[in-house]
Write a protein that binds this ligand. Structure first.
Ligand code: ZN
Length: 308
């Protein structure tokens, strides 16, 4: 089997104001880095309301739809802006995650990387936040449970920021295990170790600034990976943010590209043991363009090695 790359050119039409870190070039760099890779390339569909409604009320969906401007920008918070192309991009980013779950669950591919923007892990039930509009990985997890008959889905989030949105959307659902490593203190300020969900189905591992490779690998090996193994998931979804890279301008963890390859390998090994290798990875943050491109390529290379 192979690895799918799911994306859509509409994600390049989500334009943020000049100087905004979550910029069009991020996706251009990632896609360029994946040129020539032997991937099954798939265009992301628009998300269906049925999928959005699994994690957001209709009022949130309508508010995002109605906010989309005809020209210029509309700011939903200090960091989160909509241009005329943002609505379609957000709907395809969510739809791409659903499509990835379908492809992996149907056995079309072993695993999938969803290279899309806007990201999703900060979007809460009724609040767009931190560059995010819809909870992409949370709604993908709900789709796997509701439409593919799974009983347990794990989400692993190694973005440098806490996935407050994902946590908000899944913490009351014991069928989903959500584990996050993130720098703390840092935006958005959530993700303390005592936030453990309705049934110990949330694991937060806050890391102090400057943690680096050794501390990250220790946190993964001693906490996150054993907890995911104990949960015995049938599918693993990864919130793959690469902003913990030492070159990243928004944060102060000190990871290297090698660390992202390492953690990808470890998560793939878990997927092999517990879920017949089924894994969906979704791009979240990463704001140094070169480090992002290099890290995403290293990540996808490991996914491809697992699927041969
Ligand atoms: Zn981030």
């Amino acid at each position: 089997m192979t690895t799918a790359l799911i994306t859509h050119p509409a994600c390049l039409n989500h334009v943020t104001p000049t100087g905004h870190p979550e910029q069009v070039a991020r996706l251009e760099y990632v896609l360029r880095a994946l040129e020539g890779f032997d991937l099954l390339r798939e265009e992301a569909p628009l998300v269906l309301d049925d999928n959005l409604l699994k994690v957001h009320p209709q009022s949130h969906i309508s508010a995002i739809r109605n906010a989309a401007p005809k020209d210029g920008w509309v700011s939903l918070d200090a960091d989160t802006h909509m241009s005329p192309g943002s609505l379609e991009a957000a709907m395809r980013a969510a739809g791409g995650n659903v499509r990835a779950v379908d492809m992996v669950m149907n056995g079309d591919v072993q695993n999938a990387f969803v290279a899309m923007r806007p990201p999703g892990h900060h979007a809460e039930r009724t609040t767009p936040l931190g560059f995010c509009f819809f909870g992409n990985v949370a709604l993908a997890a709900k789709h796997a449970l509701g439409n593919h008959g799974l009983k347990r889905v794990a989400i692993v989030d190694f973005d440098v920021h806490h996935g407050n949105g994902t946590q908000d959307l899944v913490e009351d659902d014991a069928r989903i295990f959500f584990a996050s490593t993130h720098q703390s203190p840092l935006y958005p300020g959530t993700g303390a170790a005592h936030e453990t969900g309705v049934n110990n189905n949330v694991m937060n591992v806050p890391l102090p600034g400057g943690t680096g490779s050794i501390g990250f690998r220790r946190a993964m090996e001693q906490q996150v990976l054993p907890a995911v193994a104990a949960f015995d998931p049938e599918l693993i979804i990864v919130s793959a943010g690469f902003d913990a890279h030492r070159a990243d301008p928004l944060a102060g963890l000190d990871f290297t590209t090698e660390d992202f390859a390492w953690v990808t390998q470890k998560i793939c090994e878990l997927a092999d043991t517990h879920c017949q290798g089924r894994l969906v990875s979704s791009l979240e943050g990463g704001y140094d363009l070169d480090a992002l491109a290099e890290s995403a390529a290293a990540h996808v290379k490991i996914l491809m090695e697992q699927s041969t």
